[in-house]
Structures are given as C-alpha cells and as structure tokens.
Design a protein around this ligand. Sequence first.
Ligand code: HXC
Length: 512
Amino acid sequence: MLSLDESYKLFEDKKHQADLGGGAEKIAKIHKSGRLTARERILGLLDPNTFVETDKLVMHRCHDFGMNKNKIPGDGMVTGYGKIDGRLIFVFAQDFTVFGGTMSRANADKVVKIMDMAMQMGAPLIGLNDSGGARIQEGVESLAGYADIFYRNVRASGVIPQISAILGPCAGGAVYSPAMTDFIFMVKDSSYMFVTGPEVIKTVTHEEVTMDELGGAMTHNSKSGVAHFAAEDDEQVLLMVRELMSFLPANNMEDPPTKPCTDDVMRQDEKLQSLIPADPNKPYDMKEIITTVVDNHNFFEVQPHYAQNIIIGFARLSGKPVGIVANQPAFLAGVLDINSSVKAARFVRFCDCFNIPLITFVDVPGFLPGTNQEFGGIIKHGAKLLYAYSEATVPKITVITRKAYGGAYDVMSSKHIGGDVNYAYPIAEIAVMGPEGAVNIIHKGKLTEEERAEAVDSYRKTFASPYKAAELGYIDEIIYPKETRTKLIQALDLTQHKSKTNPPKKHGNIPL
Ligand code: HXC
C-alpha cells in the first residue's frame, strides 16, 4: 500500500509527465519553429485561471509497432473547457510533441467527449490544430476516431459556433474536421493544410510544389478560400479568435452578445456625402463606408484576402453585433463571380444560423460574364448566394449605394427575397442593366451615333436612378449617405424582435 505522501507524489509525477508531453527537446523544437506548445496556446486563448483540463491521463491502447512501450499521459491531445470574456468555451489542442499531434482512438475519444459536452451545454468549440493526421500505427481505429469527430462536427454545425486554428503542419484527417467548422485561422510561415503533402503529389502527379505554395496560410487565404484569417504568429491568432468570439452567441438559441455602445448613435458623417463619385465608372472603397458607419469604426473583416470584390465581416451598431456583406467597387468593379458568391453565401448562412442580423451594402454591376465563369458553374455558385439570402430569416437591412443591376440586384438582399428594410442613396442606379448595354440591345443597329447618345441619356434619366424602384415600394426609403449609421440603427431597432420561420422541412437543397 502506498503512503499518503507516495500517492500524492505519484499523482504529481503523472501530471508532470502529461504537462511535459513529448519532452523538453521536442518542446524546444516547437519553440524554434516559431510555434507555441498546445498548453501555451490554450493559456493564451482563455481568460486567466479558467482552464479545466479533462482526460489529462488518457493513454493510447495500441500494441503494434512497439507502441505499448511508448505511452505519454494525455496522448498528444489537450482537452477541456474554460472562458473567453467570462463565457464558457470548450477547447482541444493537438500536442505536436507527442507522435506529431496525430489522432489515435484514445485521443479522438477525448475530443468526442468535449464535443458532446459542448453540445449539451450549448457552448462554442475551438480546435487548435497541429497534427500529422491519422496515427498510422493505429490504422482503422484512428480513421474511426476521425469519423466520430466529423460526424459530431456536422451535428454541431449551426447549433454551436465551431472555430479552428491551424497552427502547424496539418495533413489528411487533420484538415477535414476544420473544413467542417465555421471559421479557419492560419499562421503565415508555420501552418499548412493539405490532404496529401508535396512528396505524395510528386509521386502521383510529378508536380513539384513547396509546403507553403501547396497549403500555406496565404494559399488558403487568397487562392483556395479554405481559410478565413491569416495571422503573423500563434499569439496573434489567439487574440483574433477571442475577438471573433466577442461577436458570436454561445449557441443558436441565444442572441449575439451586445456591448455598451460608446459611439454616438445619432452620428452623421458628412464625408459620406461626397465619398461616392458621380461618375458611375469611377471606383471608391466600400470599406470606407463600412468603417465610417459602424460603432467606433471597428470592422472585423472575414476573408480579407479572398474574392476581394465582396467584403464580409462583423461589426457592431449601437452595441449589437451585425454581419456585413458589401460589394467592393474598388476590386473588379464589385462584380459577382463564382468566388465572391460562395464566400458571401457561406457567411450569410453563418449569420442566419446564429441570429446575427445582416447589413448589405450594394454596388454591383452584375454577374461577371465569360467562359471561365460559365464553365466553372457561375449559375449554381451564384445561386448559392441567392439561396442563402432567401433562406435567411434574421433581420436583413440593405443599402444600395450606387449600382444594383440585373440578377445581382435581386440577389443582394432585395425586398423581393425578404429584405426587411431597403434603403438607397439618391445616386443609386437600379435597373436590368447599365444605360450603354441596354441601348445597344434594345436599339441594336437601328440608331445613328447621335440618336444612340440621346437614347443612352434618356435611359439614364428614366431607369438609372432609385426612383422607379421607390415608386414601386421596392425601396422603402431614399436616404442621404451621411444618415446611414442612424438609419441602420433605426432599422435594427425595428427588426430586433422579428419573428419569421421557413416552412418545416428536413433541410433545403442548396445548389452545391
Ligand atoms: C504517426 C506521425 C505521423 C502519422 C507524423 N508523425 N505524422 N506518426 N502517424 N501520420 C510523427 C513522426 O514520425 C515524428 O515522430 C513526429 O510525428 C513529427 O513528425 P516529423 O515528420 O518529424 O515533423 P515535420 O518534419 O514537422 O513534418 C510534419 C508532417 C510530416 C508534415 C506532418 O510528419 C508528415 O507528412 N506526416 C504524414 C502526414 C500524412 O500523410 N498524414 C495523413 C495520414 S492519413 P518522432 O517520433 O520522430 O517525433 C489521414 C487519413 C484520414 O489522416 C482520413 C480522414 C478523411
């Protein structure tokens, strides 16, 4: 029988061994690569002294490849719960120092346990990923562990926010769970995501590609659109995750958390009166309108490097979180194409899942023409955005700042697909297409140059304005740009108790 002192010592030793993970040498290697350890990450993420670790002493049960002689308490996965800004959060962090943070049956069970708890308690789940994927020595048991997690990711989707930070090389199964979560953060120069790595690619397709080109932070933030945020280092990611959480409710039954508003709700911004050029072909930066209008000019942009012709992100108006979607005339004239449609559609659906009102700023010349777009399926991808807006039952408030042409007018939160309050600036142009294109089609080959110019002018006066739409009640109110903040806050106030539901169904069939 152990004495009291001996049993306490044994407990201390086991905890210490778990805390050390793969050992001092491997921790030094992690630090040398510019990364933090799993435990350091959790401490950086959560409020001080709130982390409660679960299953700290769990070990793998593999006997093959001599694994029975190589066991580390915790088995390369740190799991538990704690608080961010005083609100409950569940978290797991893969410890790369233990078998490369790989997924075993035992540590998958740890993740499954906290996922089930997160669902039952109605609290968000944050995964800090740094893993070589399925633990090869465990074979199908590891795959089973992953599938148990994937299954829960899907069940939790739209019920609790799920956030992934990719903080090291993540391969195979280690990228599919993040892919099913709501937002993915990456770190420049130290985090990677790929299904198969450069070596396998070289063997199979003979392509030569570096880890960074294949799956680095900027590849996924600017090319593939897989990731939503890129940070300089682990510390910055953790701060960004905390900031993101400040906009989100704990679950789909709650409203997003309001903060006391320290900005003037009646603020009028004279600079907006002249921000949009009278010449419809001249660009301007839509972000200036957004940052001018929102509380304390604080706009938390999502996917700033991807499909920059559309802007998405979170902000507050009168202290209430809102999701903002806006065409960006400063990039590709703000046109809707495949990437921007998919980017915005997913964001609209996220906001709708979690009761976050949508504010849409519209300046869109239409859908991008071209064989690339048509062959790439712009019809089904553009339809995603139309579907997402039509399906969303959260408050939807729209401001047409300048152009709203063609199908893109319908798509961008128009009255017809459930816009609750639809504003337009006096300079807005709402029509099937721009004056030049319209005259070319209606009067094809019938007019002299002079007559053509007159027809363009007449079309512009009659159709390229907000007044036709306002006459028909499709626009509720034409507003001065300087009033935008006040009007949006009024509209949010109006819609705060909005109650609208879609017809009962198993689920819709969004074009994928
Ligand atoms: C077991 C693994 C492992 C794995 C890495 N390790 N990946 N152990 N299973 N999948 C171990 C290494 O043996 C090493 O152990 C330690 O982790 C660190 O790995 P290194 O290679 O030394 O580190 P680094 O050079 O930084 O490279 C990291 C890496 C590379 C890029 C992740 O290890 C790698 O390519 N691993 C294989 C990735 C992969 O193909 N995974 C897919 C699995 S299949 P020691 O003891 O030396 O420290 C999969 C299918 C799931 O996931 C499907 C779901 C849909």
